[in-house]
Design a binder for this molecule. Structure first.
Ligand code: ATP
Length: 590
């Protein structure tokens, strides 16, 4: 398939807002795409090259993109930078600069062929996989060669994709809608595609199966040991009473430990571990791998649990921060001894070769208790069936005394719904000193120069929530409190690769920081409350016309959420819900 056709469709999509219209455009793109190219197209549209769990990272540095553009257009570095800063977008800059330079086959390569989707994809994959000495030069060469053969419109999308700032505004479910229409001939079949996507976490794969084998093929897609399933998530409520009212009785209350979520896949002697954002993290926890091998009494199983740092002498849980010492690639053996961990299992999705996600909680819990051996380092997470609000509160107190964050209340007859955040699981956290009980995970999108003691380092950061509907990052707060000196030193270095001379195209903010960052790093914050604000665009018009939501007295908790990607940050929808909960608990207190 010619890449020019893809670029034309991308251009059309960019100018479209309504979901229905988008679905129409997309489904005609899917119909025009040869079957074998569909998986690749789907990844590119997600702004990816492979499913997340394979860890192939797109997103070349800004500098490299500018150098490539300068070489391909024959313009000076200054001219390129000017065009970039003026237009605020690498794609637009490319389009403008290349227009004057003769289009395809510039640089004298008269024989150049039109670009195909495959060639663009393969080159981007080569770039993403190149690392080590001399890698900058090889990446540059590959990118320039693509740009030399590209029309200005093609170059626009190639560069945006390469930098990881392609912004088509197409949500995953819109793509599933379009695939249902184009490949299965019925929009209602989107549900089947969606559940296949949720159990495989691989949109390209699902769309490929739909194209090659139709509905029957997609219906056969099941949870596979070795491929991570999108995790089920918890809603939040403000009190045990509210939870009882929502779930009824009894409620299955479980400890909520503050560690890292692990999805553990066991196939005989082979064990793989996946994180909350579905990255393969097997190598981080050789001890957890050993525990699963030795203490899970099922040959083929997928279990979920929380891995927590423990005090080796007493077995007590340690705070989450201790676990972060384990997030490293080297010297694992040594750190493993220094920071031992325990695994607390909380769900069984696949046992003895059988997918049990469709079974109710009580059955899955029974299976979990059957297969997980209780040892010093492994056990099913403490759980209790509670009938009354008082019982639930007692259990919560017990959990907190034992070092937990709170409890997760689960509906006894609830099935495991991959990728869903519903009231089947509800988290109830310990009251913090501030009024908002839950923390909010936000993405860093900018920084402001510091004054006084903070001269020379950044004094405050601009943070955004995630608008999942539009795949945008609207700002919600400026934050300067809660940073240790060590963090103030560390942050600029950590954020360096995300620096951007212009406001990234997927960011929305009226406030203009001294430096912009491409949305990548997620940090945990706590605030006294959520307030309406005309300054911040998150949830604009959702509660009141002309106002968005902002954090009041925000504070960084000290926790960088490595296990979350920008798309896992607190969403605008969640903020609106939290605002509603806060109103409710305020009126109860009055
Ligand atoms: P998200 O809800 O998006 O996962 P989060 O990590 O901020 O975001 P938390 O408030 O930490 O959400 O609550 C959900 C997380 O709690 C789970 O992802 C899991 O890591 C952890 N957890 C701890 N104990 C349990 C339990 N018993 N059942 C389910 N999850 C648990």
């Amino acid at each position: 398939m010619k890449y020019s056709l893809v670029a034309e469709y991308f251009d059309k999509l960019e100018g479209t807002r309504g979901r229905l219209q988008m679905t129409e455009i997309l489904s005609s793109l899917f119909k025009e795409t040869p079957r074998s190219d569909l998986p690749v197209l789907a990844y590119l549209m997600q702004g990816k090259l492979r499913p997340d769990y394979e860890g192939v990272e797109l997103g070349i540095a800004e500098k490299l993109a500018l150098r490539a553009l300068s070489m391909a257009s024959g313009r000076t570095a200054e001219e390129v930078k000017d065009a970039y800063v003026k237009s605020g977008d690498i794609g637009t800059a490319a389009q403008i600069l290349l227009k004057g330079s003769g289009g395809r086959g510039r640089q004298g390569s008269l024989t150049s062929e039109p670009l195909t989707l495959r060639r663009v994809y393969d080159s981007l994959l080569t770039i993403a996989k190149t690392s080590g000495g001399g890698s900058i030069d090889s990446k540059l060469k590959e990118l320039v060669s693509l740009l030399n053969d590209a029309t200005p419109l093609e170059a626009k999308y190639i560069l945006r994709t390469a930098m990881g700032v392609l912004r088509l505004g197409v949500a995953d479910y819109t793509m599933l809608d379009a695939a249902a229409v184009a490949l299965l001939g019925d929009k209602a079949k989107r549900k089947v595609l969606e559940s296949a996507y949720n159990v495989t976490s691989d949109l390209g794969f699902v769309i490929g199966v739909a194209a090659e084998h139709g509905l029957a093929g997609v219906e056969k897609i099941r949870l596979q040991v070795g491929k991570p399933i999108r995790p089920m998530l918890a809603e939040r409520l403000e009190s045990a009473q509210a939870i009882r009212d929502k779930i009824g009785k009894p409620v299955a209350a479980e400890y909520k430990l503050d560690g890292e979520r692990l999805q553990m896949h066991k196939d005989g002697e082979k064990v793989e571990l996946f994180s909350r954002r579905l990255e393969r993290i097997t190598l981080h926890y050789p001890d957890a791998v050993k525990f699963v091998k030795e203490h899970v009494k099922s040959r083929k199983a997928v279990l979920e649990g929380e891995v927590v740092a423990i005090n080796a002498d007493t077995g007590e849980y340690l705070p989450f921060q201790e676990l972060m010492h384990r997030r490293r690639k080297h010297g694992i053996e040594e750190t493993m001894k220094q920071y031992p961990v325990a695994v607390n299992f909380f769900d069984a999705l696949f046992v003895d070769g059988k997918d049990i996600t469709g079974q109710p909680y009580v059955r899955r819990r029974a299976e979990l208790e059957r297969v997980v051996e209780v040892t010093e380092f492994t056990r099913p997470i403490p759980a209790k069936m509670v009938e009354t609000v008082e019982e639930m509160e007692k259990f919560m107190e017990l959990a907190i005394t034992e070092g937990c964050e709170g409890i997760v209340a689960k509906k006894p007859d609830g099935v495991y719904r991959a990728g869903a955040r519903e009231f089947t699981w509800i988290k109830l956290k310990r009251e913090y000193s501030s009024e908002l009980t839950d923390t909010i995970d936000l993405v860093i999108i900018g920084a402001f120069h510091g004054r006084g003691r903070r001269t020379g380092v950044y004094g405050a950061y601009l943070l955004a929530a995630y608008d999942a509907e539009r795949k945008m990052f609207p700002s919600v707060t400026k934050i300067g409190t809660g940073f240790s000196d060590a963090n103030l030193e560390r942050f600029p270095k950590m954020l360096k690769p995300c620096e951007s001379m212009v406001k990234p195209p997927n960011v929305e903010s009226k406030l203009v920081p001294d430096i912009w960052y491409r949305p990548k790093v997620v940090i945990e914050t706590i605030a006294s409350e959520l307030t309406l604000s005309p300054t911040y665009p998150a949830a604009m018009d959702a509660i009141r016309k002309g106002s968005g939501l902002a954090l009041r007295f925000p504070k960084f908790t000290g926790r960088i959420r490595d296990e979350k990607g920008p798309g896992d940050a607190t969403t605008v929808k969640e903020l609106v819900e939290m605002y509603g909960l806060q109103k409710r608990s305020q009126s109860v207190q009055r």
